[in-house]
Design a protein around this ligand. Structure first.
Ligand code: SF4
Length: 451
């Protein structure tokens, strides 16, 4: 049902303030008009100023009416949902993507299945406002872009909308981002207010992922980390120089990196408190950034700032932005960056171990672990029966779980065939075959070089 926002009529010109917040349909409108108190302009011989209409008041009002409709919360949520299609929230960001251009038609489409630490969950990904006072060159919400529909929620409204979705089982988590209006501190306060309402008034205990605005205050970051399971501090670029080419109003050190440093400091200050984990996002490939730059910074963040995850979002041009003519980034580059990033985070690799080309990028055609193995293990294969865990993790096809399984299985007997590895839940031992010895022997297998 539309929400009535204002009414004009030929003989009665009423500013129906009392009706402005009442959901109704037009067939009911004339009954409401005669039964509710309204403030009306005096028309000589017709109605006194500020009169109360009753069922007996003679009113001629049906000449014409102009009714303006305002979208309700659910309609607004539907409209905003596309805004976060490229904001990764979970552990499998590429699965969260939608084909662009995308226009959601229903509320159900606003819910994204996100892989979270609490399992695969239907998450409402939304924004507090799609308006923004900044002008990042790649962003559809940048100030002054006329093609962007600006939609804003109040904290109460958004919290209520989420509660409706959550209590009816349509959403089991919230990812909340926002454009910046009246500064980062004010915007972050509204994000925090929204989640406080959700947590306190609606007693919601489930998954929440919040965006941290650049340059907020220490106490705001602390509160956000108390309320959320994850917070995103998006660096966007690996250096100030690259950031200036993407987002001229953002300060790499003072507004962004500092947030990640503070987050780690907060975790150390409050070791017994459950605080949100931190993630970041880079926009890849628009301004000459190299894989070496991105992965060097990622490695530092993993080691020194307790970063849980770096997201690499391949640049995708948006019309009516300064970068609209820059070609999109090859999705394979994103994929290789993720593979390399996991080697740094989970496999004990150092940036120097990664096989960069002369231009500072990884080969697109080859998985970086495989590229390294081709250089180093083809002629010096790893003996599975004696290798250390670190050496096992250098072998394509063997991950942390597989390495641990090998270490424990070889205490019980000899591993002499690929089938023995398969029994240890190493799903594709043929990937490892060119780079290993099994009890002193090579294993002959064919292999696709481009996996
Ligand atoms: S601050 Fe965020 S929402 Fe605003 S223009 Fe930059 S990237 Fe877009």
């Amino acid at each position: 049902m539309p929400r009535l926002a204002g009414v004009q009529s030929g003989l009665l010109y009423s500013n129906l303030l009392c009706l402005a917040s009442i959901n109704t349909d037009l067939t009911q409108f004339s009954k409401l008009l005669c039964s509710l108190p309204v403030y009306s302009r005096k028309v000589p011989g017709e109605l006194p100023f500020n009169s109360v209409l009753t069922g007996r008041t003679p009113v001629l009002y049906t000449t014409y009416m102009l009714v303006q409709t305002l979208p309700d919360t659910m309609t607004k949520l539907t409209q905003v949902s596309d805004a976060t299609a490229y904001e990764p929230a979970g552990d499998q960001p590429q699965n969260e993507r939608r084909r662009a251009p995308y226009q959601s038609q229903s509320l159900a489409e606003c819910i994204t299945n996100v892989s979270t630490p609490k399992g695969q969950l239907p998450i409402l990904k939304t924004m507090l406002t799609t308006a923004c006072e900044r002008n990042c060159y790649y962003c559809p919400f940048r100030a002054g872009r006329s093609k962007t529909k600006r939609i804003t929620f109040g904290p109460d409204e958004l919290a209520r909308g989420f509660d409706t979705l959550q209590s009816t089982g349509q959403a089991q988590g919230l990812f909340l981002s926002s454009g910046i209006i009246k500064g980062s501190v004010t915007t972050q306060d509204k994000i925090i207010d929204t989640v406080e309402i959700i947590r306190n008034r609606y007693s919601y205990l489930g998954y929440v992922h919040l965006k941290i605005m650049p340059g907020i205050e220490y106490d705001q970051l602390y509160r956000a980390m108390q309320l959320a399971d994850r917070v995103s501090v998006n660096l966007e670029a690996p250096t100030q120089e690259r950031l200036s080419a993407l987002a001229p109003k953002k300060d790499f050190m003072g507004e962004l990196l500092k947030m990640l440093q503070w987050a780690e400091a907060l975790r150390r200050e409050h070791p017994y408190e459950k605080l949100a984990r931190t993630v970041t996002q880079f926009v890849v490939g628009a301004v000459g950034d190299t894989d070496l730059e991105l992965l060097s910074l990622s490695s530092r963040l993993y080691q020194q700032m307790g970063l849980t995850r770096a997201y690499y979002s391949g640049f995708s041009p948006v019309v009516q932005t300064p970068l609209e003519d820059v070609p999109p980034t090859d999705p394979l580059r994103e994929h290789r960056l993720y593979q390399a990033s996991f080697l740094l985070r989970d496999y004990g690799w150092r940036v120097e171990d990664l096989p960069f080309m002369m231009d500072g990028n990884l080969e697109l055609e080859l998985d970086p672990k495989r590229a390294w193995a081709e250089l180093h293990l083809r002629s010096a294969p790893v003996e599975i029966m004696t290798a250390s865990r670190e050496q096992l993790l250098r072998v394509p096809g063997i991950g942390p779980v597989g390495a641990d399984a090998i270490l424990s299985a070889r205490l019980r007997g000899r591993l002499t065939e690929l089938a023995h590895l398969r029994k240890l839940n190493i799903h594709a031992p043929e990937k490892a075959a060119p780079y290993i010895l099994l009890d002193g022997h090579r294993t002959a297998t064919q292999m696709d070089l481009f996996t």
